[in-house]
Design a protein around this ligand. Sequence first.
Ligand code: SAM
Length: 246
Amino acid sequence: THFGFKTVPLGEKQKLVDDVFHSVARRYDLMNDLMSMGLHRAWKDLLVSRLRPPRNERPFALLDVAGGTGDVSFRTVEAGGPQTRATVVDINGGMLAVGRERAGGLGLSDRVEFVEANAEELPFPDRSFDATTIAFGIRNVPRMDKALSEMRRVLKPGGRCFVLEFSRVDVPLLDTIYDTYSFKLIPGIGKLVTGDAESYQYLVESIRRFPSPEAFAGMMEKAGLRRVSFTPLTGGVVALHSGVRI
Ligand code: SAM
């Protein structure tokens, strides 16, 4: 194929993904800063500003799916009022362990909880959260349609689902720079910092395989979300998708 992708059978994909994040958990936050040149912070801040957690006493419950080391949850709880809480769900105990330590360090352990579970089968009742998010996580989930319908199921009516994910660069020249950067440099930086180039090779390839923003919006509709829209950020490096449970 075009970029020399290997095709991984659906049943083996989760194991591959789990190995990647186990091997990088301790260095994950540092790698995020290095590889996105700090941009992931701005993208996450934009997500939190769209979430608009209430600043007053009103309760607000966020479910942060594939939440890893807790970035989106910490930012949301810090932006919101005293009754804003977040639940981080991730399939990887290594990432969650780093997240729990960070929560302790930030004094947020009573407002952010960590649950080990698969995005395809969320262990929460219907209609229990005010918002659901998944940041740079959905492309790792083997059955994205299942994860999206689960993220809709656990939303209260009127609640919003947000998906932040790498997208298609559609600016001439930037696309060439981006290709060179991601295919040549990222696996190299990954090897230097974590000793593991292959994990980062996988991550770069999974970004290229991800559907176009229009196609992904269609998947959100199919999962039962409404008023689906997306905003390209940084020339399309990333897109922020959203939809509402009616
Ligand atoms: N949301 C965090 C952030 O933005 O920093 C972490 C993103 S990290 C790139 C992707 C995360 O997806 C990893 O922590 C990984 O363990 C998790 N993940 C992969 N497959 C999953 C699944 N099926 N269910 C839940 N989490 C999953």
